[in-house]
Design a protein around this ligand. Structure first.
Ligand code: VG1
Ligand code: CO
Length: 556
């Protein structure tokens, strides 16, 4: 194999966001664009992981449009950097959590994930590339900053000249000094789930409760084959218990994001057919949505409930214990209440799973979650959609041993113990970037001048306001400007930040949270309960004036 050097020029904007680099497919299709980014990434592999030379890299993704071309680029650039082994999923398909597991299990140097997660795919939509380190988790900012620096100074590409590699057959191929091993991405994952959960107990719950009906929606994303294996083959459910379980390169034109808006078909089926449990996962398999009969489990509640039952219902935690809990800053404080009651440490980190990794590696966080339908534990270093579904099925199987208990009952029981944290997020997608920045800058300015504290608005008095800054307790790194937080005297919160995963314009995210321990309010509808606080948020931020929007694109 000959390795050749060819001149190249830096592209602007190759800065990884909350979760890798995400752009329109067309952007990646520019000559050398993808090569530049892959080389910049490989060259940024930290010394502590051994650097790119002789590295073993796991390659996975959701199989979205343009993955085939990028797989070939990875082979060429890997040869150029002296990587010694690529472990690739069949056709490049491995879910994000499954890839995290393979990186850890095979003690790989790191992993490259070809996905834009829940963003739509296809020639007119998004592609994405994400790097994970040897712990199996998303590269921390020290590494993503390095990738960005490399991308700005790149002048030469080093690539191997090789014929097209076939990724559609299992087995090992030698390409010069590079070994390409093609594996089935489902097996190791199912094996891991069997170590974590009591499959027999879930299975016997289904056998003993024949009228309990569930439906899993793979949203035409990567989890389809995993769902098929778990629900149909392992638990013996009928094929009608899964839907959209064939991965498609454009997700069938759908938006593979598991929420009430985009998983609408699932929600409708659960309602219409009176199902007991519904679940969905996103394009790359790290997100989850859990619903029940007349019940939507907000992700902030979901992680709190999983933490509450972990030691009772899940063998993994019975064996390893629960050492600490964590959530991202905008996520509701429901999980904090569980930590306090259980006498556990708990942490508030910036948005993005990469911030949980250090805590988990240090053994200080066992279960964590994000309001954005991300839930997970220290079994891997990514959020894990199917893990969350299995955690819920474990809880359901467990509580139903005593008496019939629905998802709604589980929620209400939780509120009776801890009170209820009403939570909602409003997204304003593809707004003008400059105006969005100005809106946030205005708030930052008011914070600096201390104009917000003690102000009363709409009956809510502001206790404190800041632009969230995180000091990582493990490596001492500081992440600034992670979102404007306005905290009220009654514990209610408003958070405003700009998305770091969009590919077009800016997306404003507005998060509101209100706590109640008035039992008569526990069954209230979320939007009604939060209306006064949302009005306050809109007034304080002058969102409509800056963005010209009077309604959000998506409410979750
Ligand atoms: C969003 C979510 C964040 C999540 C990230 C990646 O980021 O808010 O909580 O970690 O997506 O999720 P942002 O910067 O757009 O708010 V996924 O499923 O894309 O890997
Ligand atoms: Co995802």
């Amino acid at each position: 194999v000959s390795i050749v050097s060819t001149p190249t020029k830096p592209f602007e904007g190759q800065k990884p966001g909350t979760s890798g680099l995400r752009k329109r497919v067309k952007v990646f299709q520019q000559e050398n664009y993808t090569e530049n980014f892959i080389q910049s990434t490989l060259e940024a592999i930290p010394e502590s992981d051994g650097g790119p030379k002789n590295a073993t890299i796991v390659v996975g993704g959701d199989g979205r449009y343009y993955s085939d071309e990028v797989l070939q680029v990875i082979v060429k650039c890997s040869l150029g950097q002296g990587v010694s082994r690529l472990i690739v999923g069949l056709n490049g398909i491995v879910s994000t959590p499954a890839a995290s597991n393979i990186i850890r299990k095979r003690k790989a140097t790191g992993g490259i994930l070809l996905t834009a997660s829940h963003n739509p795919g296809g020639p007119e939509n998004d592609f994405g590339i994400k790097y994970n380190c040897s712990n199996g988790g998303p590269a921390p900012e020290s590494v993503t900053n390095k990738i960005y620096e490399n991308s700005k100074t790149i002048t030469e590409l080093k690539v191997g000249i090789v014929p097209k590699v076939d990724f559609s057959k299992l087995g090992t191929q030698e390409i010069g000094d590079l070994t390409v091993e093609i594996i089935d991405g489902v097996n190791d994952y199912v094996e891991l789930m069997k170590e974590i959960f009591d499959f027999d107990s879930i299975k016997s719950f289904f056998t003993n409760n024949k009228d309990f009906k569930m439906l899993f929606d793979g949203m035409n994303g990567v989890t389809g084959p995993y769902g098929q294996r778990l629900f149909v083959e392992e638990f013996g459910l009928d094929k009608s218990s899964i839907m959209r379980c064939v991965p498609l390169p454009d997700f069938g034109g759908a938006h593979p994001d598991p929420n009430l808006t985009y998983a609408h078909d699932l929600v409708e089926s659960v309602e219409k057919d009176g199902l007991d449990f519904g679940a969905a996962s996103d394009g790359d398999g790290d997100r989850n949505m859990i619903i029940g009969k007349k019940a939507f489990v907000t992700p902030s509640d979901s992680v709190a409930i999983i933490a509450h039952y972990a030691k009772e219902a899940i063998p993994y935690f019975q064996k390893n214990g629960v050492h600490g809990l964590a959530r991202s800053m905008p996520t509701s404080q429901a999980i904090d209440l569980v930590a306090k009651k259980m006498g556990l440490e708990y942490f508030e980190v910036p948005t993005g799973w990469k911030f949980f990794g250090n805590l988990m590696d240090a053994g200080r966080c066992s279960i964590c979650g994000e309001e954005s339908f991300g839930t997970g534990s220290d079994h891997i270093r990514e959020k894990d959609g199917l893990w969350a579904v299995l955690a819920w099925l474990s809880i359901i199987a467990h509580v139903n041993k005593e008496k019939p208990t629905s998802v709604q009952d589980i929620l209400q029981k939780h509120y009776q113990i801890y009170g209820r944290n009403f939570f909602s997020r409003y997204d304003y997608e593809e707004v003008d970037g400059k105006s969005a920045e100005e809106m946030v800058d205005r708030l930052r300015h008011q914070i600096e001048k201390n104009e917000l504290a003690n102000k009363t608005i709409g009956g809510f008095t502001i206790d404190k306001a800041d632009d969230f800054e995180y000091l990582d307790p493990i490596d001492g790194s500081i992440s600034k400007n992670q979102g404007v937080r306005i905290i009220f005297k009654d514990g209610s919160r408003i958070v405003i930040r700009l998305s770091g995963t969009g590919s077009q314009g800016a997306t404003v995210r507005l998060y509101v949270e209100k706590y109640s321990n008035d039992t008569t309010e526990y069954t209230n509808e979320t939007q009604t309960a939060l209306k006064p606080l949302i009005d306050v948020a809109l007034e304080l931020s002058e969102l409509e004036k800056f963005t010209g929007r009077n309604t959000p694109t998506v409410i979750t």
